[in-house]
Unconditional design. Structure first.
Length: 295
């Protein structure tokens, strides 16, 4: 029979999907190491990485924000008519500690750590986080972004088309018409929980073949991108994102001008498929000489 049975084909696809890049030679054939004991420096290091690392990372994004201001990167808006508020350009300390910011995501991590490994009351921790194998799985990494963005798009759509949900979660964020990196997570605590924490947890429990390294890489890049698309200035990589069909700064600024459009945060294909995409070149509020998505 020249055609392999469907089960064999599925097994081949599953094997390819689970393929990973081993960072430590000789470790791929071993059983993935479990989480270390709670009362150990290894577990404490993982907790510190999960709970403190994002604050350091956000501080780095704010440092980039100030670098962009000093280097006179091209602005998306005409600041003589549509400048960001001063607190959204300079007050990075408030942005770092506000409840609806990165602290909400850290609260999620703290809860699943406390209820699961520490107190052993109920285990909500996604299985992938418990797999400490030193293997990066690129297909699972991509799947995390696809699931995360689709879940976010669905909730984001409901927020903008369900009036009650919009005013009880998302409306505060849209008082910001000219956003910046510093105000990317500014808004209302229920908004962060509904639009970021819920999709993040759904992604971690539904995407198969993940592990700690793959999830950590996904979380870092996702957090970076969610900040960058709120920038008041153009990034050097915006052109490349545009050509790859990924959401860039121009695309997301359209959303802050036309709130029911450009609802995706990572893949423009979702908005194009569902008919909610608007090309930045047709939005007059964006700087005319740079409207076409960084082109």
């Amino acid at each position: 029979n020249p055609h392999p049975p469907p089960t064999m084909a599925l097994s081949t696809v599953a094997s390819a999907y689970g393929w990973g890049i081993t960072l430590l030679p000789g470790s791929q054939s071993q059983e993935p190491p479990p989480l270390p004991p709670v009362l150990s420096w290894e577990f404490g290091s993982l907790v510190a990485l999960a709970l403190i690392g994002p604050y350091i990372f956000c501080s780095a994004t704010y440092a980039y924000h100030f670098w962009g201001q000093r280097s006179q990167r091209p602005k998306l808006r005409d600041h003589s008519k549509d400048a960001p508020k001063d607190e959204h350009r300079w007050d990075w300390t408030s942005a770092l500690v506000r409840a609806e910011g990165i602290s909400a995501v850290m609260f999620y991590w703290a809860v699943i750590l406390l209820l699961g490994p520490v107190l052993e009351i109920v285990d909500f921790m996604p299985a992938g986080i418990k797999d400490l194998s030193p293997v990066f799985r690129p297909f699972a990494f991509l799947a995390c972004f696809l699931v995360f963005d689709l879940t976010m798009w669905t909730i984001h759509f409901c927020q903008h088309y369900w009036r009650w949900l919009y005013y009880h979660t998302h409306a505060v964020h849209h008082t910001i018409r000219s956003p910046t990196i510093i105000c990317a997570l500014t808004g209302y605590l229920p908004d962060t929980l509904v639009l970021i924490v819920v999709p993040f947890h759904v992604t971690l429990v539904t995407v198969p073949c993940t592990n700690f390294l793959t999830i950590f890489s996904f979380a870092v890049l996702a957090l970076w991108h969610l900040h960058m698309i709120h920038s008041e200035f153009e990034h050097p990589w915006d052109q490349a994102l545009n050509k790859l069909g990924l959401v860039n700064t121009w695309d997301h600024h359209v959303h802050h001008v036309q709130p029911r459009k450009n609802l995706a945060h990572f893949f423009t294909a979702y908005d194009r498929f569902f008919g909610t995409y608007v090309d930045p070149s047709f939005v007059s509020q964006l700087q005319e000489q740079h409207r076409r998505g960084g082109a």
